[in-house]
Design a protein around this ligand. Structure first.
Ligand SMILES: [Zn+2]
Length: 221
């Protein structure tokens, strides 16, 4: 159990996750957070137990029958398995859901330099409406200042970073809404790797942002 966790999905997200109605992009990050967070796993278990009525009444999710979605459905199920299974970590300490994507040749990402301090590795999800990626911030490195046109979910997988609001440690789950502007900075004591899912392209506010824009967007603007 990670006692440093301060950022969690809100209860509405866990309810939707339990009911299977949470959008895939958010589900990927919630499942990764569950790997680290005993508190949310316990809450999910409670929701699963009391939620059968809710689930039968919930609107069915829009189901994309692509391979990626079927893979995600399986890993979400695995991630929501009993805690004794979830707590097992592979060598790199990442959640199973992330390692399954990393180890799947169809989704395996390639690290690319995004700025002087940040590398990005995008998963090939086959989805056009959101982007799932790993970001690696070097120790003390700053990411380009950017705002968001859509909702972004982030889970810290390794190390920690900070922004204008707080310090985020391994397992923390962040949500950034459209209009939020922030400039994450990696901790001084080591690199930070985050999983992120972006529902829409982000717009850089840095004067040099135009250089990075083609790398960040997922749809032509
Ligand atoms: Zn949690």
């Amino acid at each position: 159990m990670n006692n440093k966790l301060t950022q969690h999905p809100d209860n509405a997200m866990l309810v939707e996750f339990s009911a299977g109605t949470l959008p895939t992009a958010a589900s990927i990050c919630v499942s990764a957070h569950l790997h680290f967070c005993q508190k949310c796993r316990a809450e999910l278990l409670r929701l699963d137990q009391v939620g059968s009525q809710l689930m039968t009444e919930a609107e069915p999710a829009d189901v994309d029958d692509s391979l990626f979605d079927s893979v995600m459905a399986k890993i979400e199920k695995a991630e929501a398995a009993p805690p004794e299974n979830i707590d097992q970590k592979s060598d790199n300490g990442f959640p199973f859901s992330v390692n399954r994507l990393l180890n799947n040749p169809a989704h395996r990402p390639i690290w690319k330099r995004m700025s002087g301090s940040v590398d990005v590795a995008r998963f090939k999800t086959g989805q056009s409406d959101y982007e799932v990626a790993l970001h690696r911030i070097c120790a003390g490195g700053k990411t380009p200042k950017h705002d968001h046109q859509g909702t972004e979910y982030t889970v810290v997988l390794k190390g920690s970073f900070s922004d204008e609001r707080a310090v985020y440690n391994e397992g923390d789950f962040l949500v950034r809404q459209p209009g939020d502007v922030h400039q994450p900075m990696g901790a001084q004591n080591g690199e930070c790797i985050c999983l992120s899912a972006l529902d829409a392209p982000i717009k850089l506010t840095n004067p040099l942002g135009f250089l990075m824009k083609p790398l960040l967007r997922i749809n032509p603007m």
